[in-house]
Ligand binder design. Structure first.
Ligand code: 13P
Length: 255
């Protein structure tokens, strides 16, 4: 597989952190630090912070993403936000199926598929998250879990649409725990996803797909993880809330 065929993307997932004023301040601190990045730089922020993020990133190389979108364009879904709403205000990316949504908010493979469809239909770039929980890794079924999550999310996605998708492999046991997957563990599963995509689509499509690793990636371990043949970037939680740490990860991806 040829890593040079795809561009690394480093995306921050801020989760439920930062008010609009804090968003503005953090992006203003971050922007000069990543201005010469040779990779994609994205910040995915809470819905309420999107306007502030879009304003603060104007004229910079930082793109803005949401952390979720509903599958319907509109309707009686109290508390939800739709893909056309995000598109209209200028959002480019959207995280879909994060494990915290699967764990705490009833997200299933079926809803991940539906939200991915809505994102694609509305011109948003989905960052689709997959990954096993600790018991599944210990039971030796990581490959099955990730294969089934990825296959389901990509159901109905054409080869043309696949070009707009990023897959983020996030082992749930490594998220927010400080327990990073080893370079080899991360690469092994990213390679499994790429082989699956080759089976489902083609080698060229698999070669072109950006696959991120996420789970306690930080300024200290990014170099090793990002040097792996099948890891094309990162989806960063905690470390993305500190401008210098996030910028150091962006720098590691730009090598
Ligand atoms: P941490 O980097 O805080 O482990 O979070 C990873 C993550 O969930 C990104 O989506």
């Amino acid at each position: 597989m040829n890593k040079a065929l795809r561009k690394a993307v480093i995306a921050g997932n801020w989760k439920m952190n930062n008010t609009p004023a804090q968003t503005k301040a953090l992006i203003e601190e971050l922007a000069p630090l990543v201005a010469d990045a040779d990779c994609g730089v994205v910040v995915c922020v809470p819905f309420i912070d999107l306007h502030a993020a879009l304003e603060a990133t104007k004229g910079t190389n930082i793109k803005v993403g949401a952390e979720n979108c509903h599958w319907a364009a509109s309707g009686a879904f109290t508390g939800e936000v739709s893909a056309p709403m995000l598109k209209e205000i200028g959002v480019e990316y959207v995280v879909i199926g994060h494990s915290e949504r699967r764990q705490y908010f009833g997200e299933t493979d079926e809803t991940v598929k539906a939200r991915t469809r809505a994102a694609l239909d509305n011109g948003l770039l989905p960052i689709v998250c997959v990954g096993e929980v600790l018991e599944q890794r210990e039971a030796g079924i990581t490959e099955q879990v990730v294969t089934s999550q990825t296959t389901k999310a990509l159901e109905g996605v054409t080869a043309e649409e696949l070009k707009k998708i990023i897959i983020a492999y996030e082992p749930v046991w490594a998220i927010g725990t400080g327990k990073t997957a080893t370079d080899e563990q991360a690469n092994e599963v990213c390679a499994i996803i790429r082989s699956l995509v080759e089976e489902l689509y083609s080698k060229a499509d698999a070669d072109a797909l950006t696959i991120q690793y996420g789970g306690s990636m930080n300024d200290a371990n990014a170099d090793g993880l990002l040097a792996q043949s099948d890891v094309d970037g990162g989806l960063i939680g905690g470390a993305s809330l500190v401008a210098s740490k996030f910028a150091a990860i962006v720098k590691a991806a730009s090598k």
